[in-house]
Design a protein around this ligand. Structure first.
Ligand SMILES: Cc1cc2nc3c(=O)[nH]c(=O)nc-3n(C[C@H](O)[C@H](O)[C@H](O)COP(=O)(O)OP(=O)(O)OC[C@H]3O[C@@H](n4cnc5c(N)ncnc54)[C@H](O)[C@@H]3O)c2cc1C
Length: 460
């Protein structure tokens, strides 16, 4: 019986193992996870009737999100999906000392501070010729060239913070905002492209109805429900509390060393963060030595998520939450209003916030303690939302190496890694390879197994 091993039981590892089990029911499939529990960055904390997320809080169900909806249905979680409330479409940006609502219709767009300068930006885009010599550039350089620095600093910077906790002066435009760079490449400008480009066929044609229209979806009980379900489906395959300390090659096979035990595998699928994988591959093996060098170039942004629960309704704003551009020089990157996004995430009459701090631009992150993050979160919320009550619940999760950064040059590094292991039984995967979102992790797992199945069906 062929032995397939998946290393790491975050969503990438769990989804990979799930699809393997489906494709190769006769293979011996093992998932080795260092922790006693699964989930990796997915971590839901329940306290006094509140549900807080320390990692991802939801999935955008439209577009690529259909992959996730399909997955949720397949693993029997369709009934547990919770769409966000209508108000979750309302979002704010913190500008010049106060919250400004992002417009939801053209009239609001004319008067909103968040979109001031848009006409100038459109004119710039329509009159700026395409730069065909540029292969890739930073988000800032692309936006500044096409729409001007005002739009880059005021709108794009906070939105990118909200997804990557990233630095727009380093992140690759092609890898992150391809929906804006592609129109320029194909039609000479963003606006021209958005008008002229034909509607692309969705990757999944199945329609999931109303739920696709919501801003975000989660599960009853939060994202942990997804992990609990996958853990149950894979209970015979999971080996928890097994920290891999070394991977060595042995002919065509791989010897996985766990300190007190070893396991020999035919196929290894790593879903570890790059810095973890770099530590454990056998450096005497030239291909692993080269891999270590490449992995060392991958950068992660730090992020802390502070959860605050209040006894009363303390927030006079309605919506999803707000983001803060770096130029506003506040401590926080943004705050989410948990009690308004999903029903059932806070007891009736109480308020719940998740406040993000840190990010790739924060050079002082490592100097701060949990207490510091809580203090900064509380103070900024007090100031921005005029809250006078003290929160009854306050806790912080610190992710020192939180989110991989798809900076300019990242694609080439990943390409080199993939070339190193072309036609090999060792595969490097995870959220630094095919996208950071939970949707990307699931979609990549499915594609990876599909590709492997095509090549190896007869070997099982
Ligand atoms: C604060 C935060 C908020 C986010 N918000 C969202 C969001 O709202 N929506 C969204 O789509 N995405 C979001 N993301 C991104 C998304 O959560 C991650 O990209 C995704 O969960 C990563 O999954 P993964 O399995 O690739 O990696 P991980 O979750 O990092 O899993 C890797 C696993 O490997 C294990 N491991 C490490 N070393 C070893 C070893 N030596 N041996 C065995 N096991 C080992 C770890 O314990 C871990 O379980 C967020 C991320 C963060 C940090």
């Amino acid at each position: 019986m062929k032995k397939i091993t998946v290393i790491g039981a975050g969503i990438s590892g769990l989804a990979t193992a799930y699809y393997f089990k489906k494709a190769f029911p006769n293979a011996e499939i093992k998932i080795f996870e260092a922790n006693k529990t699964c989930g990796g960055k997915i971590s839901t904390v329940k306290k006094d009737g509140f549900i807080f997320e320390e990692g991802p809080r939801g999935i955008r169900p439209s577009g690529k999100g259909r992959h996730f909806l399909q997955f949720a249905r397949e693993i029997g979680l369709w009934e547990k999906l919770v769409p966000s409330n209508k108000e979750a479409k309302i979002r704010y940006i913190f500008l010049e000392g106060k919250l400004e609502k992002l417009p939801s219709n053209p009239i609001e767009a004319i008067t909103s501070k968040t979109t001031s300068g848009t006409l100038k930006a459109i004119l710039q885009d329509l009159t700026t010729s395409q730069k065909t010599s540029i292969k890739d550039e930073t988000i800032y350089d692309f936006i500044e060239r096409r729409l001007g620095s005002e739009i880059a600093n005021k709108l794009i910077d906070p939105v990118i913070s909200g997804v990557y906790a990233g630095n727009i002066k380093k992140l690759s435009a092609n890898e992150t905002i391809y929906f804006l760079t592609e129109p320029e490449k194909n039609f000479g400008g963003i606006i021209k492209g958005l008008i002229k480009q034909p509607k692309t066929k969705p990757e999944i044609s199945e329609n999931f109805g109303e739920i696709e229209k919501s801003a975000l979806v989660t599960f009853e009980g939060g994202m942990q429900t997804l992990i609990d379900r996958l853990s149950k489906l894979l209970e015979d395959n999971l080996v928890l509390g097994s920290k891999l300390t070394k991977i060595q090659k042995n002919g065509e096979k791989f010897v996985l060393d766990f300190g007190e035990s070893v396991y020999e595998a035919d196929f290894v699928f790593s879903t570890l963060p790059s810095y973890e994988l770099a530590k454990i591959v056998d450096k005497n093996e030239p291909v692993f030595l080269k891999l270590t060098e490449l992995l060392g170039k991958i950068i992660y942004a730090p992020i802390s998520v502070t959860s605050l629960g209040y006894e009363n309704k303390v927030n006079k704003f309605k919506g999803f939450g707000y983001l803060v551009p770096h130029r506003e020089k506040q401590k926080i990157l943004g705050a989410l209003w948990n009690d308004q996004i999903f029903n059932g995430f806070a007891p009736k009459g109480k308020s719940s916030f998740s406040v993000m701090l840190g990010g790739a631009c924060d050079e002082n992150f490592s100097n701060f303690s949990e207490k510091d993050f809580i203090e900064m979160a509380e103070n900024d919320l007090q100031k921005h939302l005029s809250i006078s009550e003290n929160p009854g619940i306050k806790m912080t999760k610190i992710w020192v190496l939180g989110i991989p950064q798809y900076n300019v040059g990242h694609k080439e590094i990943v390409g080199e890694i993939q070339n190193l292991f072309e036609n090999s039984n060792f595969v490097v995967s995870g959220n630094f390879v095919g996208g950071v979102s939970v949707i990307d992790c699931v979609r990549n797992a499915k594609n990876l197994v599909g590709f492997f199945e095509q090549k190896n069906k007869e070997r099982f």
